[in-house]
Structures are given as structure tokens and as C-alpha cells.
Write a protein that binds this ligand. Structure first.
Ligand SMILES: Nc1ncnc2c1ncn2[C@@H]1O[C@H](COP(=O)(O)OP(=O)(O)OP(=O)(O)O)[C@@H](O)[C@H]1O
Length: 239
């Protein structure tokens, strides 16, 4: 069961602003097992989003290796990494990032435009994804007609519609009230438990972090803690 699917070895990341080097992550080692649900916490500016972007192949380290399923994604060409990302990673953001002029089902279909699926197959898959996140019957609604929690459900459907093995979530409940946040966390748990998705979630919310199987803390670009949190069993919110 504990097969590391993501391995970061001696990873450092710095940005350059004008001539000034801004070190963000330093000599970081991390293993994430296949099917693990990992939460990342830490003060603002500690490098959480930077680390998430490296894991998801959105950015490259300045030094070190980022090995995902035995491939060093830091060494891939830009086009290879784009293909890899669209097949393997689903993204969930704090502010949902839905396209306002597209309906729920059209938003969910977007990642499938890069595949060879027919229009009909795309629509079918998008409907299935919406059903899984509890949005059956809302396929033709536009984002402005949905609540924040419903928008996030649609965004999660869009993240899973290509059946990626990895979901990265950056503050997925940051803009939601407590009850809605719990529903969204229940949905992430469902995807983790029932669909065996590996999930890496950045959060400032200790209650959200507790839903994950493991919690890591970043401080000034270094991983400072590694604790098992108590998994919860509330799947009812997603049913
Ligand atoms: N593209 C960039 N160019 C230059 N500096 C950057 C860039 N992206 C991030 N940084 C800097 O890297 C540091 C870490 O940023 P990051 O967004 O990873 O932190 P974070 O822990 O996710 O913060 P928050 O909790 O506020 O979202 C910050 O000092 C930020 O200003």
C-alpha cells in the first residue's frame, strides 16, 4: 500500500526579483504515498503554494529532483510536462476559477477538450463527474446561479473528470462558511477513500488539515513537522 508516488529529493526553489535572489524552499525532502491524503500548513509566505506547484509540475525546482511515478518531472520538456499535467493532475483552487460564460457541464468538460474523446463522450463523462460531486440536475446552471459551495463542487468535478491520480488543492475551503467547508472536505475524503486519489491540500484551517491522513508544516521553506492526524469517517456530506 505505501508506494511513494511523489518523491522530492533535496529540492530548493528560489525566485529572482530584478537582481535579488528570493530563496523560498531549501533542501527539502518529501515522499507522498500513492493514495495518501496530505495536508500542508504553515505561515503565509512559507512556501506552501510554491511546493504545491512543484508537485503538480506547474513550476520547476532551482535544484533537486521531483519524481512522480518514477519520472523526474523537473527534467521534462515544457510540452511533455504540459501533457503529463493534463493527464495526471487535477487542480482545485480557493476561488473555484470557473469560466462565468460556460454552464456547469461545459466548465467540467473543458479538460476533456485536450483528449480524443468525442463530443458525446465528453458530455457523458462531465455529467458523471457532476453526479459524483452531488450536482446532478444543475448541469445547465451558470456559475453566477450557484452558491460558493456548489461552485466548488463543479470545480472539483472539473478536477476529476480526466480521472487524474493526483489532486492538488490550494485552500479549497478558504472562501466557504464552516458547514459548507465540511461538505467540501467530505467530498475530498470520498474521492480519496472511494476513488483512491492522492490528494495534497494546502490549508490555513486546522479543522480541514485534520481531515487529511497526514499533516506537514512548512516554516521558512523547510518542513518542520510530520504528524499523523486522526482520519474522520464522515462521508455523508458527499452522498
Ligand atoms: N513568481 C514569484 N516570483 C517571485 N517571488 C515569488 C513568486 N511566487 C512566490 N514568491 C514568493 O515566495 C514566497 C512563498 O510564496 P508562497 O505563495 O509559496 O507562500 P504560501 O505559504 O503559499 O503563502 P500564502 O499562505 O500567503 O498563500 C513569498 O515570499 C512570495 O512572495
Amino acid at each position: 500500500m505505501s508506494v511513494p508516488s511523489i518523491v522530492l529529493r533535496n529540492v530548493s526553489k528560489e525566485y529572482r526579483r530584478d537582481q535579488i535572489r528570493v530563496p523560498v524552499l531549501s533542501e527539502l525532502d518529501l515522499e507522498v504515498d500513492q493514495g495518501e491524503f496530505l495536508a500542508l500548513m504553515g505561515p503565509s509566505g512559507s512556501g506552501k503554494t510554491t511546493l504545491l506547484n512543484l508537485i503538480a509540475g506547474l513550476d520547476r525546482p532551482t535544484a533537486g529532483e521531483v519524481i512522480v511515478h518514477d519520472q523526474d518531472i523537473a527534467q521534462m520538456s515544457d510540452s511533455a510536462i504540459t501533457r503529463w499535467r493534463s493527464a495526471n493532475v487535477g487542480f482545485i483552487f480557493q476561488l473555484y476559477n470557473l469560466i462565468p460564460v460556460l454552464s456547469a457541464v461545459e466548465n467540467v468538460e473543458l479538460p476533456l477538450l485536450l483528449t480524443r474523446l468525442s463530443r458525446r463522450q465528453r458530455r457523458e463523462r462531465a455529467r458523471t463527474a457532476l453526479r459524483i460531486v452531488g450536482m446532478e440536475g444543475r448541469e445547465d446552471h451558470y456559475p453566477r446561479q450557484l452558491s460558493g459551495g456548489q461552485e466548488q463542487r463543479v470545480a472539483i468535478a472539473r478536477a476529476v473528470v480526466t480521472d487524474p491520480y493526483l489532486l492538488v488543492a490550494d485552500e479549497p475551503t478558504g472562501d466557504l462558511d464552516r458547514d459548507t467547508a465540511e461538505e467540501i472536505l467530505g467530498l475530498l475524503e470520498l474521492l480519496h477513500r472511494e476513488f483512491r486519489k492522492t490528494i495534497v491540500m494546502v490549508t490555513h484551517d486546522p479543522l480541514a488539515a485534520r481531515r487529511a491522513g497526514r499533516l506537514l508544516r512548512l516554516d521558512k521553506g523547510r518542513l518542520v513537522g510530520d504528524s499523523q492526524s486522526e482520519p474522520t469517517s464522515s462521508l455523508e456530506a458527499a452522498s
